[in-house]
Design a protein around this ligand. Structure first.
Ligand code: EPU
Length: 351
């Protein structure tokens, strides 16, 4: 396939746009050679039409988990459609369809205001609703997968909409079928949420529990909006606001190691921060590992490790993808050398 657009038909009167800035929270300067805006349902068919001549296809939501090159060829699809549709209540759940282009945090706020609580622990996560299932966003004891009934996709090759059940999405920690080669043939069109009618607070995460109970006292009195506010407060304290300090959230996943490796690490590092998993393995706090290697607050060129959370890399100036990759490689090498643990990168690298 070529990246030429010369002979492309003007389908539905919606031509491609050229040299469009790709929005991204890391503030990397990146131009899409050929961009298609998805603003309504009929636009999905255009992805399949244009994809016959332009490849690969890149789907961009809020650009909160991306490392981008200066120029991106192929077909860049910008998800801009917005709509929330309440389907009704069934089997103790509220069912709501939310289209992919909705801003995640706006949806969390709206759901809470409508009396459909459940998502408050996931407040203030940057990005769009369509991006949320891809990396199964999670925070403060919850993952989005727990609230997903199904996901509607546009199959680029077959040019049809299809609905995947939650099981078919193959959700796990920061992972899903949408990250596999098969999943990359699909564009998430909308997410069907199932939110509990009988809401219970989730306060497993010690820091959140402390924050909520310090203002609320009794656990039985806690309302979803108290949790919402506490999560917003904690995130504002610890995580840089991408509009002020550009970043892509956690840059590495928290690595999962065997019980034997955990025991051996713990014997030489009594302060090790780790969480036991249902499998018997242990999830290590990557931020702690990076912090111990002395990286917190340190910079390499124009990329700095955030001073309040070593898991977050920030762009201090005019960083490019290669600057980001350079510091990430050094951090990964240091953690490997000191702890024998391999860090896996979270953001997708298209550079
Ligand atoms: N820690 C340090 N030094 C650091 C950072 C963390 O010692 O620089 C320690 C903390 O003291 C704490 C532990 O590591 O004991 C865990 O830190 P934190 O509570 O900040 O959570 P995390 O495991 O680093 C994960 C998610 C975050 C999410 C938080 C809260 C991943 C990769 N990251 O971070 O998600 O907000 O838990 O649930 O799982 C994101 O994905 O962009 C993101 C911010």
């Amino acid at each position: 396939m070529s990246n030429s657009t010369e002979n492309l038909p003007q389908i539905h009167n919606k031509p491609l746009r050229h040299s469009v800035s790709i929005p991204n929270t890391f503030a990397l300067k990146s131009l899409a050679c050929n961009a298609l805006l998805i603003e309504e349902r009929a636009d999905f068919a255009l992805i399949s039409e244009y994809a016959q001549q332009l490849s690969p296809v890149y789907i961009v939501g809020g650009g909160s988990n991306l490392i981008l090159p200066n120029q991106l060829g192929g077909l860049v699809v910008l998800m801009r459609q917005q709509d929330v549709h309440y389907l009704g209540e069934q089997a103790a759940h509220h069912y709501i369809d939310v289209v992919a282009g909705e801003v995640w945090h706006d949806w969390v706020l709206y759901a809470e205001q409508q009396g459909w609580p459940g998502l408050e622990n996931l407040a203030l996560i940057p990005g769009t609703v369509g991006a949320a299932p891809v990396q199964n966003i999670g925070a403060y004891g919850l993952e989005v997968a727990q609230f997903i009934d199904s996901v509607e996709i546009w199959d680029i090759e077959q040019a049809v909409f299809r609905r995947l059940t939650r099981d078919e999405c193959q959700f796990s920690y920061r992972d899903s079928v949408f990250k596999t080669p098969q999943g990359q043939q699909w564009v998430i069109a909308s997410v069907r949420f199932a939110l509990p009618v009988d809401w219970q607070p989730c306060l497993n995460y010690p820091e959140l529990r402390r924050e909520v109970l310090s203002s609320q006292g009794e656990e039985t009195q806690v309302r979803s909006k108290d949790i919402l506010q506490a999560v917003i407060d904690i995130r504002r304290r610890k995580l840089p606001d991408p509009s002020q300090i550009p970043n892509a959230g956690s840059f590495f996943k928290n690595p999962i190691v065997s019980a034997a490796q955990y025991e051996s690490l713990l014997s030489s590092n009594p302060q090790l921060v780790a969480y036991e998993q249902p499998s018997g393995e242990y999830k290590l706090a990557a931020g702690w590992l990076i912090d111990q290697c002395g990286w917190k607050g340190r910079a390499l060129g124009t990329v700095r490790v955030h001073q309040n959370q070593a898991l977050v890399l920030t762009n201090t100036g005019h960083a490019s993808a290669s600057d980001v990759v350079a510091i990430a490689q050094k951090i990964r090498a240091d953690v490997q050398a000191r702890f024998g643990v391999t860090l896996e990168q979270e953001p997708v690298n298209w550079a």
